[in-house]
Write a protein that binds this ligand. Structure first.
Ligand code: A5P
Length: 230
């Protein structure tokens, strides 16, 4: 799987060009891409990058990848990020197992080209088949938020961090991993989650990815999002 992740990361990093503003994703596959970008920067590539997590920021700094804030660059040419599940028909994604979904979504929203890198085990017919949807919530009153989510059909579990304490995101929030099973209408669920009091953001990324680079036993292929209405 490591080799497959690396193959997908390599194909995505080949899309990075001189002068670009680049979003750096989070998680193990995105981290391989950051490593490869670091190598190209050392060879003379000139980019400005925005990291989607403190962990990615640390890696980028260690590799001397020039970092800027979103305030400084406003929008991004390209972002390379991972995903937990990908539904190939519409390129719907579940993201956030690494806990960085909030910054990832903010970065995705201002990115012209969001390229997702995965190994083929992440492909599913329906989102929610294997993975819960991570939902980032305000710690204040989180149990009441969890009860509201349960009312929407979720089975929420508070994500644990070190020493059995709740996992705390870069934004200082909790994550409720919400198992739904295969989701019939991700768009409808996204609307419900968006409207739930106490919810900051959720890991359903719909109509966000421009393309998904999938590495599998038979090589690397690129899935592109079908045009609107098709
Ligand atoms: C981080 O919050 C996530 O969205 C990751 O991009 C996602 O969990 C995929 O991670 P891996 O590449 O480690 O599977």
């Amino acid at each position: 799987v490591e080799q497959l992740k690396l193959a997908a990361a390599r194909a995505a990093v080949a899309l990075v060009e001189d002068g670009m503003a680049v979003g750096l994703g989070s998680g193990s596959t995105a981290s391989l891409a950051v490593g490869l970008i670091g190598r190209r920067v050392a060879e003379g590539l000139r980019i400005a990058a925005v990291p989607t997590s403190e962990e990615t920021a640390r890696q980028a700094r260690a590799l001397s990848i020039p970092l800027v804030t979103l305030e400084e660059c406003g929008s991004l040419d390209l972002t390379i990020d991972g995903a937990d599940e990908v539904e190939p028909a519409r390129l719907g994604l579940i993201k956030g197992r690494g806990g960085a979904l909030l910054r990832e979504k903010i970065v995705a929203a201002v990115t012209r080209r969001l390229v997702i890198v995965i190994d083929e085990s992440k492909l599913v017919d329906r989102l929610g088949t294997h993975d819960p949807v991570p939902v980032e919530v305000v710690p204040f009153g989180w149990k009441t938020t969890a009860a509201r989510l349960a009312g929407s059909g979720a089975r929420p579990t508070l994500r644990a961090g070190a020493r059995s304490q709740p996992f705390i995101t870069d934004g200082g929030h909790y994550i409720l991993d919400c198992a739904f099973g295969p989701i019939e209408s991700p768009a409808e669920l996204a609307r419900q989650l968006d409207a739930t009091i106490g919810v900051i953001e959720h890991g359903l990324f719909l109509e966000a990815a421009s393309e998904v680079i999938v590495a599998g036993a038979n090589g690397v292929r690129t899935l592109r999002r079908a045009p609107e209405g098709s």
